[in-house]
Design a protein around this ligand. Sequence first.
Ligand code: NDP
Length: 275
Amino acid sequence: MTVPTVKLNNGVEIPQLGFGVYQVPDRDTAAAVGHALRTGYRSIDTAAVYGNETGVARALADSGLAREDLFVTTKLWNADQGYDATLRAFDTSLAKLGLDQVDLYLIHWPTPARDHYLDSWRAIERLAGEGRIRAAGVSNFQPAHLRRLLDHSDLVPAVNQIELHPGLQQAELRAFHAEHGIATEAWSPLAQGAVLDDAVITAIAARTGKSPAQVVLRWHLQLGHVVIPKSVTPDRIRQNFDVFDFQLTEEDLAAVATADRGLRTGPDPDTFNYA
Ligand code: NDP
C-alpha cells in the first residue's frame, strides 16, 4: 500500500498518513516505530521534548529503508526558541536522529508571551537555505501568529500542525491555511481516544464495518489533512494504516461536522507559554 502524499508549498511531498510518538518512552520507541515501518508507515513525527529522537534513530537505522523513502519530522522546543538557541537545538536534534537533514522542522508552540518565534523562524529560514531542512513549518500557531510571521518573512510555513479531530474542527485555521497555501496537519487526530465513542462516529463504524478510529482517520484524509496517529499497540498500528479501502459519504461528512464541540485535549496555544 502506498500512502497518498500532500504536496507542500515548496514542492516537497509529505505522506498524508504518518506515525506519532508523543508519550512513547525512548526505550519503547524503536519497537513501536519499527513496527510502524514494517506495517508501511514512512513518516515519523517526533519532537525534541518527547525525549525519544534516539529511539526513532534506532528504528530508522534498523529498518534498512533508504533515507529518501523516509519522512522525518521533529520540533523545536519552547525553551530553545531564539535565533542562536534554535540553531543549537536543531544541531542536537539532528545528531540524536542520526541524520544530516530533516524533512520537516516545526516551531512546536508559539508561546506568545515569550515572543521569540520571529527570531526562531529566521534561524529556520537559514537552516532551510542551507538545505538542512527540506520543509519548514510551525505547530499550534493561531491565525494571529501566522499573520505576524507572514508579515515578517517571505518563507511561508509549509505546515501548521494543530490539534484537530471531530471534537475540535478548527474551521477558522483551516480556512486560513487554505488561503495561504499552508498544509493542515492534525495532532491528536483521534483526540487521544476521546471521540471514539461519539454516536456519529460509532454509527458510521457500524455501517462500514470499520473501527471508530478508522472512521475518524478516514474523515481526516477525505478533508485533506495530514494525520499522525500514535499507538504502541501492534494491532492498532496496523488498524490505523488500513484506512484506504473505504470512503465516507457526503452524508457521513455532514454528520461528523455536527460533532464539533470545542474539545481541546491539549493546551490552548494563546496562553501556553511553558518552557
Ligand atoms: P492520538 O489522537 O493519536 O491518540 C493516541 C491514543 O489513542 C493512544 O492512547 C493510543 O493508545 C490510542 N489509540 C491509537 N489508535 C487507536 C485505535 N485504533 N483504537 C483505539 N485507540 C487507539 O493522540 P496523540 O496525542 O498521540 O497525537 C498523535 C501525534 O501527534 C503524537 O504522537 C505526536 O506525534 C503529535 N502531537 C503533536 C503535538 C504538538 O503540539 N505539535 C501535541 C500532541 C501530539 P495506545 O498507544 O495504547 O495503543
